[in-house]
Design a protein around this ligand. Sequence first.
Ligand code: HEM
Length: 292
Amino acid sequence: MKVRLFGAFMVVLYLAGLSALAYGAWYGMDYYRMPTVERPHANQHEVLKPGGLIGHGFGMVGSSMILLLFLYSARKRGKFGLRFGRMNRWLDVHIWFGIMGPLFITLHTAGKFGGIVSISYWSMMAVMLSGFIGRYIYMQIPRDDSGHALSLAEIENTIDGLSNLLERDYDVTPEVVQSLSRRALGSGFEGTGAFGVILAMLLFDLSRPFRNWRLRRYVRRLYPNIPSKATAEILQAAKSRAALTRRRAVLKVINSVFHYWHVIHKPFAIVMIVIMFVHIAVVTLMGYKWIF
Ligand code: HEM
């Protein structure tokens, strides 16, 4: 129930953020499409220019979001008393800030890039885009309900637990458990090295709907008379078992890829934040004020 509530909360957050952005882009569409030399003569210039009431507002909202996404790092390390809430939920909120912040800042720039601050902008975009890759790799590491990575022993236990569940609760024989696993795992393209493993993971995920369809057909043929709820549960257990088996096989490589992803992701974030502060300090010293 709590999971659904949080899911609904995230949907509301995305709808609210995207609606505000879409409204901002629609409102300023004519202005943003104008060549920069003509903009000072436009009616909307005073409000939509980066220092205008709305343009500056976009910058304030966007940069606040960028700062707030670092709360995830604080939560991860238990700093500032942040020791509550599941890590995976904090990450979901981090990602929301990490997508919305750059988009608000894009409206703030009104498409005018130049000087040192453009390094900050493009670093921000690089961090944001690399976040999607990071999220994909993050998902490949087996985790508990709170988002903490499982140890190898915990992964083995969960796989055994799922086999036992199938055998005990659904009378599935060990041979059928093996057969379900083989089908859920597919043809078994195993890449070697970081690139090969990621490619294999991508292919595995892309072909998942087809494999799941074949697996469902197989289970229905095997147990034609059981209720559909039981079929769904058997399928769920078989798919979870297969996903874990696959991830266990490449755990070492994935962990090291994720480590290197962090090594690239963080410096961009630091460059971005340092230049962002310099930019804010400069415009404040130049006398730019918003509503306060
Ligand atoms: C400008 C936007 C963003 C900035 C500045 C940013 C910054 C960061 C930083 C500094 C970390 C390291 C946290 C730590 O280990 O202490 C991090 C982790 C992460 N970020 Fe972002 N991020 C941004 C956007 C995104 C987006 C859009 C996504 C996903 C779509 C994302 C996904 C992740 C993931 C998966 C992690 C790793 C979590 C972990 O290892 O615990 N980030 N981000």
